[in-house]
Design a protein around this ligand. Structure first.
Ligand code: NIG
Ligand code: FE
Length: 424
């Protein structure tokens, strides 16, 4: 297979082509069963037209004798939907390598943050960067994510910590999001992440400015689809976050929240009350919080790279599963707690450390992640009507996707039917 990133696989926009796969993981609920939660089709063919999936089926049904459909890709291994990373802090610049070394030698993440390092160190780097520099760093990061099989990425601000710098991060996200040769991008305004030094420790005043002025301006500029808040010990309380998140809802934006990374301070209940799209981290959440998430249909975004890096115990995955909370898996890509860009690495850790099944992990990085990002009519599964976001893996089976630690194994990555990454 000779391929060039960015090249169209078809000559004209309406000329269909076929991706044939020895094994296709559709993640299509209409094909799934208890025995086959991923809706697998063996010896499959996918017809792509105008960037969308037109038909999916067994090869012999699609490529009938006399059909003039052209097979553009013959995949000897497994094909899946493009991976969807539901939680990243991707628009960052700078490096916190010194902090990492201190932490690995026993330094405490929360203590470093309280002493003006951590998130505030990234704030200094982001404030010093231009929009172009931020967008350039983000584009490079998104390109590397695409090479790992990722075709959609949620990207949070949260390292600006004042209106201008938060907007600058979101403008960089918008700029990178205009590039069709990169993964599609879902912008989130991480409105409450940490307190900048100039706030003088006044969390209530800071949250008030966010709710009254920064958030409405960012919403009016169309720079965010979701608003996030870090609700935790040492971060923001439920009472500080609630007015900001309620304002977000009133402005027509979705809500997603960092909850229970270090302590359960009631964030899961707030996420449920606000109908959040996801509650993320959840290393610390009580049975009442889990029940509230389940009742409200809020997905749990599991971020195993962060808890691995912080040497934490896993979240109560069995209880979340038993309650029927949808499980999604994200990379949490950030320069502090999750210094990675790899969603496949997060999937490997979700299986190894959190006890997810391979099917749960794959659904949590495709269909369930797409649903939690409001992309369920767009991507996350291989079924007619959705965009042709696909990964051709250099691997025989989906079980193998969670095994190769650190090595990129996506052979061809398609977004809207066009190659955005290829290897080999
Ligand atoms: O998801 N918990 C807060 N936010 C990030 C870490 C941010 C940082 O350390 O830069 C997280 O882990
Ligand atoms: Fe995060």
């Amino acid at each position: 297979m000779t391929v060039t990133p960015g090249a169209a696989l078809a000559e004209g926009p309406d000329r269909p082509f076929v991706v044939a796969a020895r094994r296709l993981v559709t993640c299509d609920p209409s094909r799934a069963s208890a025995a086959d939660p991923l809706g697998v089709v063996e010896d499959a063919a996918i017809v792509v037209r105008g960037g969308a999936i037109e038909a999916v089926g067994r090869r012999e049904e699609i490529l009938r004798p006399g059909s003039d459909l052209e097979v553009a890709i013959e995949a000897a291994g497994v094909v899946t939907p493009g991976l969807v990373d539901c939680h990243t802090h991707a628009p960052w610049v700078g490096s916190r390598d010194a902090e990492y070394a201190v932490r690995m030698a026993g330094g405490d993440y929360e203590a470093i943050a309280a002493a003006g390092g951590g998130i505030v160190a990234s704030m200094r780097a982001v404030r010093a960067a231009t929009t172009d520099e931020l967008a350039g760093a983000l584009r490079a990061r998104l390109r590397r994510m695409a090479a790992l099989g990722v075709t959609a990425v949620e990207a949070k601000s949260g390292y600006g910590l004042d209106e201008a710098a938060e907007r600058k991060q979101l403008e960089a996200v918008a700029e990178a999001g205009r590039d069709a040769r990169l993964p599609r991008v879902v912008p989130t305004y991480l409105a409450l992440h940490a307190l900048p030094p100039e706030a003088g420790g006044d969390r209530a005043a800071y949250a008030g400015a966010v709710a009254r002025s920064w958030l409405p301006a960012i919403a009016a500029a169309g720079l965010a689809r979701y608003v996030d808040a870090y609700i935790d010990r040492g971060a923001f309380s439920v009472d500080e976050a609630r007015p900001v998140l309620e304002r977000a809802r009133a402005l027509g934006l979705g809500v997603r929240v960092h909850v229970g990374q270090f302590a359960d301070v009631g964030g899961a209940e707030l996420a449920a009350a606000l109908g959040a799209a996801s509650a993320d981290h959840l290393e610390h959440v009580a049975p009442e919080g889990i029940a509230a998430l389940a009742r409200a249909g809020v997905a749990a975004a599991l971020l195993p790279v962060a808890s691995f890096t912080l040497r934490q115990e896993p979240p109560p995955v069995a209880a979340l599963r038993a309650a029927g909370v949808p499980l999604i898996v994200g990379s949490d890509a950030n320069p502090g707690t999750a210094p990675t860009e790899s969603l496949p690495l997060a999937l490997a850790l979700a299986v190894r450390l959190y006890g997810l099944t391979v099917a749960e992990a794959v659904l949590g990085a495709t269909r369930e992640a797409a649903r939690a990002l409001g992309l369920d009519g767009v991507c996350g599964a291989v079924r007619p009507g959705l965009r042709a976001d696909l990964v051709v893996w250099d691997l025989p089976h989906e079980n193998a996707i969670v095994q190769p630690w650190g090595a990129p194994r996506a052979r061809a990555v398609l977004r809207d039917g066009a190659l955005i990454a290829a290897s080999g």
